[in-house]
Every structure is written in structure tokens, then in C-alpha cells.
Design a protein around this ligand. Structure first.
Ligand code: ADP
Ligand code: ADP
Ligand code: MG
Length: 449
């Protein structure tokens, strides 16, 4: 087992990883930017190293500074969390050269799955259904037009390097294709430094269902059931739950087996997630693989009782999976609400600032993952997600009620600081949500009503 791990991230996920390391008796090194000097992760780690200035490009994405921090502190491994460098296979290679273990998949597996257009081709060969569309990246507008005509409108133009819902454009007719392609390319270049895009059919009213995987370095792969992440605004997840209200044991097994096949097709090890679109008739299509831990991992942790971060560390340390597929049992119902520092009444504008008063809910079956504390100032430079509230009930109605109680108790204020708590509470009263029959378009439709 490792003696010391460096956490190449910030915020709630850095805190989550530090806690897991502590439980395993592993020393931790935090990295922080000058804007995060007083951040919780920098305070609770055993050591903390400043890696640069506030903008991520000058700190959390500065690969040389991070490698130096490892060497200076003697950290043997890096846990990347999500976002930042977590899907950067070039960085993983660099770590390998420096003798630093990556707590995640191999750079080869990451490369195979990281490029979304590429990944679709690999997955198709493994016999898993993918959304119909271009055979890889589209090189010209003419090519995109031909493919779109063949698969039929509406279509989606998507950044091949995309993530976090960015670089995606909906196109309902040929006249809008060229402009959509250009703007998706622009986004892709700005966010991911890679302007490649691909075209796929727009699946009407699907659910976003993802399967959590764990794989060790000896070829054992298991799945831990699904998360229903269809409650989205602008392709970004807001609420996740498990089990999905529309998935039965047979479909879970089918999707789970498909997900395992995807992981095997690229020799995947460590934790990963396969995202699928699920059609109204139970048809499902591979969308992408997230080769890292995900924001919503606590949902699976609370429904299966398995600590995914500890599992990631043990797998990276060369341990075999202690479970087979038969050992994985889902019990009860878990819901997560993402709390963002955003002003819902002002077009969800980010609202960073100093938190004057803070109170977290609690009680049985309530978990808060956050890096906030009273007097903390949310910096304007990073993601606006500031907390996750996760609850577990025996049934879905019980979990929903528990979440209502928890959110109603959640208190957070400060000059100019807003949170989307009332917005979340509204969703928890929505009939479509309560029915469980909601799809990825339901929030958008609801908001335009
Ligand atoms: P999840 O599936 O874990 O919810 P998201 O796609 O919502 O993942 O992204 C999680 C976080 O990682 C978000 O903060 C998002 O902005 C960031 N992120 C995702 N993909 C990328 C990427 N390719 N480059 C940079 N940041 C990313
Ligand atoms: P990201 O890497 O940014 O997470 P995804 O490929 O996972 O991008 O897509 C993000 C979201 O966009 C999905 O969760 C889904 O809601 C929507 N989406 C993506 N592709 C399609 C499609 N072909 N048809 C309908 N909706 C889609
Ligand atoms: Mg996705």
C-alpha cells in the first residue's frame, strides 16, 4: 500500500479523497492555487503545496508544478479526482516516466476512451450498441451534411474531446448545421484545446443511465448497478438517483453486461463509468466512458455500501477486487442533489462570495460532501458546485421526503452568495419527477412552460 498520495484537485472531491486516505492510514499531500490558500482541502491534508496562480491553467493544470510537488513531498501516487487532469493521458504518461502511480486507468485505456468519436468505434467493435452517427470525427461540413441527411434530423454535433456538457449542439434541420458545427468547434477549442467534432442522431426523450464499474489490474471487471442522471439543465446533471425508477433486474443485467464488455474492450482497470442513452422501448446506446471517478459516485456508494475511493486506491496499489458480481447488492433508494453557487432567478449566474452563515442538514441516511465552512469565501475561478446532498431511504418516496427535509434545513448565506436549493426543492415536487418517468429533456420543457 502507498505511504503518501498527492491529490491533484480541489473542493469537495479533494476533501473526499483525503478522508479516504486517512481511513486507510495513508498520508496526504494537497495542492492549491493562490486563490485556495484557505480552502478546506489545503488545511486538512497532512501537507499542502502551492502550485501556482488562481486560473486553473496556472495551477491545477500545471503538470510540471504538480510533478514537482510529488517529488518534493515524496508522494508515490496521484489521485486526480474529476475534471482538471483526470482524463489527460499525456499527463498520466508523464507520471509513469517519473515513477508516480496514477490512481486510475492506464494511459492506453484512457486514450482509447478519451476521444469520444474514437471510443464509439472501439465499443461498436465489441458488439455494444452506439448512437448512430458519423464514423469517427467529421472532417468537413460536406461530410457532416451527408451523414446528417443519412441518419435524419434532428442530430447532435458533439466535441470529441468534450466533457461537462460543453461543446454540444442540437441541430433540427440542415440549414442550422453549419453554424452549429462552427460554434461547437469554437467551444471545443476554447475548453478542450481540440476542435474535433462528430455527428450523431438525436435520441428523442431518452434517459441518461450510467453504469458504475470497478476493474482490477488482473482483468476482473464488475458493475455496481446504474445511476439515473436524466435530471439535467443544459446537458449538466443536477439530480442523480439509484436505482433508476424505470430499470428492472433484467435490464440492469443487460446494461451491466454491456458496460463490462466496454471495459474489457480497452483493458480497463480502476473505477470507471459507462454512460448510455436509454430509449423509450428499453433500447440503449453507448454514449461515452468516463475514465475517472464521477461527481455522483456517492449515490452508488450508499446504495451498494462500497467505498469507491478506497477501492480505487486499493486497485492502484495492485490489490485484487475483493468482490465478484454476485457479491454486489443494491439496497434501498439513494438520491443526490448538486448544490451550486448559482442564482436561479438570474439565469443561473454563478454567485461566488463569502459565506457568513452555514448549516448542513444531518440525521440518519443523510450525507453531505462539501468543502465549505462558515467564513469560507467561494472563489470565482472554479466550478460552481459547492456541495452534494445525498440521502438514502428504504424506498424512493422515503428518499424524496428525506431530501426535502434535508434541503429545507440547509442554510447558507452571505453577501451576493446564492445556492440553487429552492430550485432543487421545486423539482422534488414535480409530478413528472415523482412519477419517475422523467427524461433528459424534462427540466428544459418544464422551465420553458
Ligand atoms: P460527471 O459525469 O462526473 O458528472 P461531468 O461531465 O459533469 O462529470 O464533469 C465533472 C466535472 O469535470 C465538471 O466540473 C466538469 O466541468 C469537469 N470536466 C468534465 N470533462 C472535462 C474535460 N474534458 N475537461 C475539463 N473539465 C472537464
Ligand atoms: P459530456 O462528455 O459533456 O458529459 P455526453 O456525451 O455525456 O457529454 O452528453 C451530455 C448530455 O447530452 C447527455 O447526458 C444527454 O443528456 C445529452 N445527449 C448527448 N448525446 C445525445 C444524443 N445523441 N441524443 C440526445 N441527447 C444527447
Ligand atoms: Mg457525459
Amino acid at each position: 500500500m502507498f505511504n503518501k498520495i498527492l491529490i491533484a484537485n480541489r473542493g469537495e472531491i479533494a476533501v473526499r479523497i483525503i478522508r479516504a486516505c486517512r481511513e486507510l492510514g495513508i498520508k496526504t499531500v494537497a495542492i492549491y492555487s493562490t486563490a485556495d490558500k484557505t480552502a478546506l482541502h489545503a488545511q486538512i491534508a497532512d501537507e499542502a503545496v502551492c502550485v501556482g496562480e488562481a486560473p486553473s491553467a496556472k495551477s491545477y493544470l500545471d503538470t510540471r508544478a504538480i510533478i514537482s510537488a510529488c517529488e518534493a513531498t515524496g508522494a508515490q501516487a496521484i489521485h486526480p479526482g474529476y475534471g482538471f487532469l483526470s482524463e489527460n493521458h499525456a499527463f498520466v504518461r508523464m507520471c509513469g516516466v517519473c515513477g508516480i502511480k496514477w490512481i486510475g486507468p492506464s494511459p492506453e485505456a484512457m486514450e482509447a476512451m478519451g476521444d469520444k468519436a474514437n471510443a464509439k468505434q472501439t465499443v461498436m467493435k465489441a458488439g455494444v450498441p452506439v448512437v448512430p452517427g458519423s464514423d469517427g470525427v467529421v472532417k468537413s461540413f460536406d461530410e457532416a451534411r451527408e451523414i446528417a441527411a443519412k441518419i435524419g434530423y434532428p442530430v447532435m454535433v458533439k466535441a470529441s474531446a468534450g466533457g461537462g456538457g460543453r461543446g454540444i449542439r442540437f441541430v433540427d434541420e440542415e440549414g442550422a448545421l453549419e453554424a452549429a458545427m462552427q460554434s461547437a468547434k469554437q467551444d471545443a477549442l476554447a475548453f478542450f484545446g481540440n476542435g474535433d467534432v462528430y455527428v450523431e442522431k438525436f435520441i428523442g426523450n431518452p434517459k441518461h443511465i450510467e453504469i458504475q464499474l470497478l476493474a482490477d489490474e488482473f482483468g476482473n471487471v464488475i458493475h455496481l448497478g446504474e445511476r439515473d442522471c436524466s435530471t439535467q439543465r443544459r446537458n449538466q446533471k443536477l439530480i442523480e438517483e439509484s436505482p433508476s425508477p424505470v430499470i428492472d433486474t433484467a435490464l440492469r443485467q443487460k446494461m451491466g453486461e454491456a458496460a463490462v464488455k466496454v471495459a474489457q474492450s480497452c483493458g480497463y482497470a480502476n473505477a470507471g463509468t459507462i454512460e448510455f442513452l436509454l430509449g423509450e422501448k428499453g433500447d440503449f446506446y453507448f454514449m461515452e466512458m468516463n475514465a475517472r471517478i464521477q461527481v455522483e459516485h456517492p449515490v452508488t456508494e450508499m446504495v451498494t455500501g462500497i467505498d469507491l475511493i478506497k477501492a480505487q486506491i486499493r486497485i492502484a496499489a495492485g490489490e485484487k477486487l475483493p468482490w465478484t458480481q454476485e457479491d454486489i447488492k443494491m439496497s434501498g433508494h439513494v438520491i443526490e442533489c448538486r448544490i451550486n453557487a448559482e442564482d436561479a432567478s438570474n439565469n443561473f449566474r454563478p454567485s461566488p462570495g463569502k459565506i457568513a452563515n452555514l448549516h448542513f442538514p444531518g440525521g440518519p441516511g443523510v450525507r453531505i460532501d462539501s468543502a465549505m465552512y462558515q467564513g469560507y469565501t467561494i472563489p470565482p475561478y472554479y466550478d460552481s458546485m459547492i456541495a452534494k446532498v445525498i440521502v438514502r431511504g428504504d424506498t424512493r418516496p422515503e428518499a424524496i421526503q428525506k431530501m426535502r427535509v434535508a434541503l429545507a434545513e440547509f442554510l447558507m448565506d452571505g453577501q451576493g452568495v446564492c445556492a440553487n436549493i429552492d430550485f432543487q426543492l421545486d423539482i422534488l415536487e414535480d409530478k413528472t419527477f415523482l412519477d419517475g418517468q422523467y427524461d433528459i429533456g424534462f427540466l428544459t420543457r418544464r422551465m420553458s412552460e
